[in-house]
Design a protein around this ligand. Structure first.
Ligand code: GDP
Ligand code: IMO
Ligand code: MG
Length: 425
């Protein structure tokens, strides 16, 4: 039995969905512990592509139970839509397979209105949020005026809390029909009632029973509200420590922390990005990697792998292993650059990720250049099959970071994966 946390080690979209799906085959529970439907986790199976936003990526297996835990902000309309979409794609979702924490905070329409109004006011300093209401929903949670899923089951409680929230002190009266919202969300409450549970109790009972669990992180380390490139971050804690708070488990219950790492780097939304490529190499990565947002469709900014960031992610998450994804996207390059250090404006070399965003913004990347490979590696399932330069690239990352690489992903499908450590069945 084991509890594995899966985290993004960069700015999100590392391929967490694919890796979670692979590991879920041997897991009893997959638990989402933070974020909301700002996430977009893609799982490709056969001819089908599943885009999961708030439902955990274990949902494709009948043998696996999916849990949306207390740390997630839940948009009930989005959950119901996702259930419908999965049904239309032949995936059964019912209260035996999906559980939702009764104390998870709810994303309401006014959170989305606030999200968009706040972004509009930021003008040149906008964050580039997904517009899903995530920040305002977490703000209400920490300022103690949030609505929890269980509140949707009691009309009087829900009405009282909405009235206390006094939303029209922040948005114009004509931007929302509050009465219609209350009716709509009470209906969602009725529809989702069979899914609601005490998820911390459920998850801990599963751990005590010796089951295999995955705690599926959304977003990534540099989008963490504490440890990321603040303020260009999301409003939750994607890092592994967030799994304890967001699912209600003790830290000693976690056995492994898997850092999903793209073989290069992408970012969607605003904020500094040292190794960003504005040339044809960046375009090459975007086109070959299909780097367009799963949730918003925005083109992702692309750049070279950054070891300063990866080492930082190893530290703040306590990564025990790395899953390297999208190695196939680098096929065909003459050479591949990897950022090993930053050079500050004053000319100092930095090995550690600077916490002052102004310093980070002004840093120049210091690169090592490695030889590329021309072969198509997307059908290779063994490390020895890979061209020597691709093997060397993987070894280089393991040696530079001192963390073992347990999987190398060379395509979107389950079989397009090289397992360097055998999965237990
Ligand atoms: P997540 O948010 O971390 O789950 O990642 P996304 O699903 O948003 O983005 C990753 C994208 O890369 C998806 O379209 C995946 O299907 C795709 N993908 C994942 N692993 C690989 C890989 O090894 N090679 C290629 N070419 N695509 C991959
Ligand atoms: P997955 O789980 C990449 C980014 C947004 C924006 C910032 C804040 O698919 O990796 P928010 O709507 O959360 O307030 O936006 O965070 N962002 C993501 N970027 N992948 C994600 O999720 C993201 N979720 C949020 O683009 O820059
Ligand atoms: Mg994504």
């Amino acid at each position: 039995m084991a509890v594995k946390v899966i985290v993004g080690s960069q700015w999100g979209d590392e391929g967490k969905g694919k890796i979670t799906d692979i590991l879920a085959e041997h897991s009893d529970l997959v638990v989402r512990y933070q974020g909301g439907n700002n996430a977009g986790h893609t799982v490709c199976v056969g001819e089908s592509t599943f885009k999961l936003h708030v439902i955990p990526s274990g949902i494709l297996y009948d043998s696996c139970c999916s849990v949306i835990a207390n740390g997630v902000v839940v948009d009930p309309a989005a959950v119901l839509q996702e259930i419908e979409k999965l049904h239309s794609q032949g995936i059964e979702v019912n209260p035996n397979k999906l559980k939702i924490s009764s104390i998870a905070n709810v994303i309401l329409p006014y959170h989305r209105i606030l999200d968009n109004r706040q972004e509009a006011k930021r003008h040149a300093e906008k964050i580039g949020t997904t517009g899903k209401g995530i920040g305002p929903a977490y703000t209400d949670k920490v300022t103690r005026v949030g609505i929890r899923m269980q509140d949707l089951l009691k009309e009087d409680v829900f009405r009282k809390k909405v009235a206390k929230r006094d939303i029209f002190s922040q948005i114009p009266k004509d931007s929302l029909d509050l009465e219609a919202m209350i009716t709509e969300y009470l209906e969602y409450g009725q529809k989702l009632a069979p899914y609601l549970i005490d998820s911390s109790l459920f998850v801990n009972q599963a751990i005590d029973a010796g089951k295999n669990l995955i705690m599926e992180g959304a977003q990534g380390t540099l989008l963490d509200v504490d440890h990321g490139t603040y303020p260009f971050v999301t409003s939750s804690n994607p890092i592994s420590g967030g799994a304890c708070v967001g699912a209600g488990i003790g830290p000693h219950k976690i056995d492994q922390v898997v850092g999903v790492t793209k073989a290069y780097l992408t970012r969607v939304g605003e904020g500094p990005f040292t190794t960003e490529l504005h040339d044809d190499k960046g375009e090459f990565l975007r086109e070959r990697g299909g780097e367009f947002g799963t949730t918003t469709g925005r083109p992702r900014r692309c750049g070279w792998l950054d070891l300063v960031i990866l080492k930082y992610a190893i530290r703040v998450n306590g990564l025990t292993e790395i899953c390297l994804t999208k190695l196939d996207v680098l096929d065909g390059l003459d050479e591949i650059k990897v950022c090993t250090h930053y050079k500050t404006k004053e000319g100092d070399l930095l090995e550690e990720f600077p916490l002052d965003l102004d310093v980070y913004t002004q840093c120049e990347p210091v690169y090592e250049t490695l030889p590329g490979w021309k072969e198509d590696i997307s059908q290779m399932t063994d490390m020895q099959e890979l061209p020597q330069n691709a093997q060397d690239y993987v070894d280089y990352i393991a040696n530079k970071t001192g963390v073992k690489i347990s999987m190398v992903s060379v395509g979107t499908r389950r079989r397009q994966t090289i397992h360097l450590i055998q999965l237990k069945s």
